[in-house]
Design a protein around this ligand. Sequence first.
Ligand SMILES: *Cc1c(COP(=O)(O)O)cnc(C)c1O
Length: 382
Amino acid sequence: MTIPFHKPYITEAEVDAVAGVIRSGWLTMGPKTVEFEESFRARVGASQAVAVSSATAALHLALIAAEVGEGDEVIVPAMTFAASAEVVLYRGARVVMADIERDTHLLDAGLLEGRIGPRTRAIMPVHYGGMPCDMDPVMDLARRHGLVIIEDAAHSLPARYKEKEVGVIGDLTCFSFYATKTLAAGEGGMITTENSEWADRLRSLRLHGIGRDAWKRYSSEGSWAYDVLETGYKYNMTDIAAAIGMEQLKKLDWMNERRAEIATSYDRAFSGHDAFIPYGVRAERSSARHLYPLRLNLDALSIDRARFIAGLKERGVGASVHFIPLYRFTQYAKMGFAAADYPSCEWVFERELSLPIYPGMETDEIERVIEAVLDLAKTFKR
Ligand SMILES: *Cc1c(COP(=O)(O)O)cnc(C)c1O
């Protein structure tokens, strides 16, 4: 039996919760979504939480709230998922890519100042794999240059930077509940912010720009009358997704502990082995452990990263790569982005693969992953 790269942790509790919503007759955004927003808001400690249909939608709306528009520039790490940058382009704004720290794959705060220009409006730190970026220098830069910080927290629930929970650090924080993320609702996203005016606008923008609590118009409390305030989107969450989200939220801490235990097992097995280059440690941060990045020491191996992943597959272990840097895609290459400007992204891209890490992994499955990795390292020792 192959160990898949990912499996969501879904129990009968989620199945029952979904059945309950379907039986209630209210399928789209409604009371469950409001309940999920409130629980999520309280969990993170934010003043406002706005549920949407995906993190991509969340990031798009966050850019609108931050008034990022035509000709503005947004700094995004080159090592991220396509969604982080495409939303900038939705706004007619320019993507400015930044290189990363080699040991953590996170935005290199030291390189940021050099990317800031007169049109820079926002920075989008991506908390790669669940590990928060070094937010103190990022927030300091933002204050000095009048920039908005929009965090791509698609990987980082729950995560902490110093004493702060991810969700209360930047100006707007965007989470994902996509099927593979640490809280899986199938599809879904959340924006947290301390700014209640932004939150009101986000609530309107997610549903056609209609005035507050538009969804209520189909309930007994609602009426037929509504106003459209501005061009909005169809980005609402559904109560079906919110019901799954509510159940997942209840076991968030347990799922995070399970991920941490798996990561510790991997760390123990691979640390000190010369076929691998250890991932960075930052004692003042706690990671959501969405990913377990393994970095190959290519000098100690006779095979490259692609052949290492193929070898894992032959041994019944699924693996993946996070990420293909943005400038490697045709779209961004056409815009003039080139690998030579992002040496650390290239360095990571050549060496990184992500191992299975999910709460439902059994002890013998963790052992099998470790055995397969160590067997490959031995078989292809240079
Ligand atoms: C998954 C992901 C997103 C997009 O999340 P969706 O909810 O699928 O829109 C954005 N950024 C990063 C870094 C991601 O991994």
